[in-house]
Design a protein around this ligand. Structure first.
Ligand code: 4AD
Length: 447
C-alpha cells in the first residue's frame, strides 16, 4: 500500500488529500460532526467527519448511510481514511484531517480496554492490546530510539557487534539467580550477561558489544526487576577504569540525546521533562567512591527528609540509599570501588586495597536506580582462578575463560546497560513493566 501516508508524516502534506490506514482509538460526536481519534502505530491524531460534506459528495441517501456507519463504528475497528490535512493549533499534535471518504477494513466488538481507567493487573492481562494505547506506543518509541542510538554510538566508536550465546554452561554473575534448563541430559543455563564471552571477543576483535535478552531468576518483586530483560554489554582492551567511565558517560549521553532527537513526540506524550534530560546531556556526571557514599549516607541519616536505614562500610546498600544519593547530586552518578565481597568474581581489585574492586554502578537521578554496571576485569591467571574457587565455582566450567589470561592477557574493561531500566528512566515511568513489550516477572509469563 505504498500510497498510504503515516500519521507521523502528515505535517508534510498540509493542504493535500491523503489516505491513511488506521484504527479507531476513540470517537466523540456532536450533531453533524464526528471526531475520530485515529492511530496507525506512528502517532495519534484527530480526523473530523462533517455530515453535510458527505451528503454533498455521495448524495442525500448514501451520504446519510455513510455518516451513520462512522457514527456507529466501534473502538479499535480498522479503516482506511481519506481526507485533507490541515494545521490545527489547538491540538498538541498540531494537525488534523477533514475526512472526505473512508472504508472499514475490520470490525471490532467490545474492545476490553475502554478510555476509562483500568487497574494495572487488568492492563497487564491485556498487554497484547494495551500496547495499542498512546502512552505504550510512546514508550516503545523511546525504546526504539535507545536501540538505534546504541548501534550508532558503538559504530562511531569503532566497536564490532559480537553475539554472545544465550545457552551457557556456566554462570556469568550470581549463581543464585540462574535459570537452569536441561540440555540433552546436562544442565545448561540461560545467559545472565554476555560479558564473559564478550571478553573472548575483545581479545579477538578489540572493541566489541552485544545486545540481547538475558535472564535472571531473581525473586525481587520490585519496580526495577524483570526476569527477562535486554542487556547491552560492551568490552574493550587497553582502556583504564577511568577511561572506561568516560566511555560509559559518553554512551549514556548519546542515548539520551538519541531519544531527544528521534522520539521528541513520544517524550511529549509521556510529559517527560525534556529540559531535565538536556541537563543530563550537558552536565558532567558525578563520580564518587563507595566509601565516600557510605560516609555521606551516615552523615545525613538523621536528616528530616531521609528514610533509609543505617549502613556500615562493607554493607551493600539498597534502592532507598541509591535514590537518596542520586537525588543528592541531581545528575547520573557513578559509584566506584565497591567491596569485593558482594561483587562478581571477575573484577580486578583496587591496587593496594584488595577489599575493594575497580567497578562502577551508574545510578540514574530522580530515583531510577542503577542503570549500568561495569568493571575492570582481573587479568592475572592465578588471581582469577583463586577468585573462581573462593566463589564456590567449578574451575572446569571456566577453563575457557581462564585461557584468556593465559595467552596474552591485557588490561580490559566493560560494562552492561539494562535497556528497560534506561527506558524507564528516559520515559519517566513509575515501573519497569511498561518498558518491554511483554514483561516477564516472577508472577507473570502471560501474555
Ligand atoms: O550490574 P549487572 O548485574 O552487570 C552485569 O551483568 C555485567 N556482567 C555487565 C558487564 O559488565 N558487561 O547488570 C547490568 C545492568 C544493571 O545495571 C541493570 O541496568 C540491569 O543490567 N539489570 C536489570 N534490569 C532489569 N531487571 C533485572 N533483574 C536486572 N538486573 C540487572
Amino acid at each position: 500500500m505504498k500510497d498510504l501516508v503515516n500519521i507521523s508524516d502528515v505535517k508534510h502534506h498540509v493542504g493535500e488529500t491523503v489516505k491513511i490506514g488506521a484504527w479507531l482509538a476513540d470517537k466523540s460526536g456532536k450533531g453533524k460532526l464526528q471526531f475520530l481519534q485515529l492511530r496507525d502505530g506512528t502517532a495519534f491524531f484527530q480526523a473530523v467527519v462533517f455530515k453535510p460534506s458527505f451528503i454533498e459528495k455521495f448524495g442525500e441517501e448514501a451520504g446519510e448511510v455513510k455518516f451513520n456507519e462512522i457514527k456507529h463504528l466501534a473502538q479499535e475497528s480498522s479503516l482506511y481514511v481519506t481526507g485533507i490535512i490541515k494545521e490545527d493549533a489547538r491540538s498538541k499534535f498540531g494537525y488534523e484531517m477533514d475526512v472526505t471518504d473512508f472504508e472499514v477494513i475490520g470490525h471490532s466488538e467490545d474492545y476490553p480496554i475502554t478510555p476509562k481507567d483500568h487497574g494495572t493487573d487488568f492492563l497487564m492481562d491485556h498487554r497484547h492490546l494495551w500496547l495499542r494505547s498512546k502512552k505504550q506506543m510512546a514508550v516503545m518509541q523511546v525504546r526504539n530510539a535507545l536501540i538505534y542510538a546504541t548501534y550508532a554510538f558503538f559504530d562511531k566508536h569503532g566497536f564490532i557487534k559480537f553475539d554472545s550465546p544465550i545457552l551457557s554452561g556456566n554462570a556469568a554473575e550470581n549463581t543464585t539467580e540462574l535459570f537452569e534448563t536441561d540440555y540433552f541430559g546436562s544442565p545448561a543455563f540461560l545467559s545472565q550477561s554476555g560479558q564473559l564471552y564478550l571478553e573472548a571477543g575483545a581479545m579477538a576483535l578489540g572493541r566489541v558489544f552485544d545486545f540481547g535478552p538475558v535472564f535472571r531468576a531473581e525473586k525481587s518483586k520490585t519496580r526495577r526487576h524483570l526476569t527477562e530483560f535486554w542487556m547491552m554489554d560492551a568490552e574493550y582492551p587497553f582502556l583504564s577504569h577511568e577511561e572506561s567511565l568516560d566511555l560509559q558517560e559518553a554512551y549514556i549521553k548519546a542515548l539520551i540525546q538519541g531519544v531527544l532527537d528521534k522520539a521528541d513526540g513520544a517524550l511529549d506524550i509521556l510529559e517527560r521533562d525534556k529540559d531535565l534530560l538536556k541537563k543530563y546531556v550537558e552536565t558532567p556526571f558525578k563520580r564518587i567512591s563507595y566509601d565516600e557514599v557510605i560516609d555521606l549516607l551516615q552523615a545525613h541519616e538523621n536528616d528530616e527528609d531521609t528514610d533509609y536505614e543505617h549502613v556500615e562500610h562493607g554493607d551493600d546498600f539498597g534502592s532507598p540509599h541509591e535514590t537518596w544519593v542520586s537525588n543528592y547530586f541531581g545528575v547520573p552518578t557513578f559509584v566506584v570501588n565497591y567491596p569485593a565481597s558482594f561483587k562478581a568474581f571477575y573484577m580486578k581489585p583496587v591496587p593496594g586495597n584488595p577489599e575493594r574492586v575497580l567497578c562502577a554502578d551508574l545510578l540514574a537521578p530522580e530515583g531510577y536506580g542503577e542503570i549500568v554496571g561495569g568493571s575492570e576485569r582481573e587479568t592475572d591467571y592465578a588471581a582469577l582462578l583463586q577468585k573462581i574457587k573462593d566463589n564456590g565455582l567449578q574451575e572446569e566450567d571456566y577453563d575457557w575463560y581462564l585461557d584468556l589470561r593465559k595467552y596474552g592477557s591485557v588490561p580490559h574493561c566493560g560494562f552492561g546497560l539494562g535497556l528497560e531500566r534506561m527506558v524507564t528512566f528516559v520515559a519517566g515511568n513509575e515501573h519497569i513493566r511498561e518498558a518491554i513489550p511483554f514483561p516477564r516477572m516472577i508472577s507473570r509469563i502471560k501474555p
